[in-house]
Ligand binder design. Sequence first.
Ligand SMILES: NC(=O)c1ccc[n+]([C@@H]2O[C@H](COP(=O)([O-])OP(=O)(O)OC[C@H]3O[C@@H](n4cnc5c(N)ncnc54)[C@H](OP(=O)(O)O)[C@@H]3O)[C@@H](O)[C@H]2O)c1
Length: 165
Amino acid sequence: MNEKEITIIAALDRNRGLGKNNELLWHIPEDLKRFKALTSNHCVIMGRKTFESLPFVLPKRTNIVISRNPEYSAPGAQVVPDLATALEVAKDDPQPFIIGGGQIYQLALEVAHRMELTWIDEVADADTYFPEFSSDVWKLTDTESYPNNDSRPLGFTFKTYKRHE
Ligand SMILES: NC(=O)c1ccc[n+]([C@@H]2O[C@H](COP(=O)([O-])OP(=O)(O)OC[C@H]3O[C@@H](n4cnc5c(N)ncnc54)[C@H](OP(=O)(O)O)[C@@H]3O)[C@@H](O)[C@H]2O)c1
């Protein structure tokens, strides 16, 4: 691992769809479990809309919310005006996570070192998308597939990408 590994984590459909009407498109327990395992005890950085989509502040994590509104208040979370300030707040965390949504992933793609993407095997009806990214910049380093079956209605694949050296 680099000294610092800023990590994007997201679940997306075949068209990179992320959400609709400020909600997630799926509820996939195995993905949520992995999200919790990876992000617990780390900083989680998110946009104001994603924060408002959560039922509660994510426990056992330092919640950092990006908003241009200096008056914005997010009880239980720290509000910052931009991604650079969010990363400054997270400076002691060796692996801060960028947890969305679309606008913040777009900004983070420029500075992240690693991505943990869950590709859901369907095309959903989305209004928010993960940004396009290039295999010239992002090298696929790990793949774990979980096909659909009787107890798993939606198949998915965990893919880890690292920025090319
Ligand atoms: N599938 C997934 O893994 C996943 C993960 C997270 C979220 N989501 C989904 O994504 C959707 C939300 O994403 P979104 O793109 O609409 O919103 P978002 O990225 O969560 O938040 C957007 C807000 O962030 C602030 N912001 C954006 N750019 C900024 C900048 N350069 N400087 C300062 N503040 C900035 C603004 O807040 P102010 O308006 O307050 O200034 C903006 O309205 C929801 O549907 C959610 O469920 C999906």
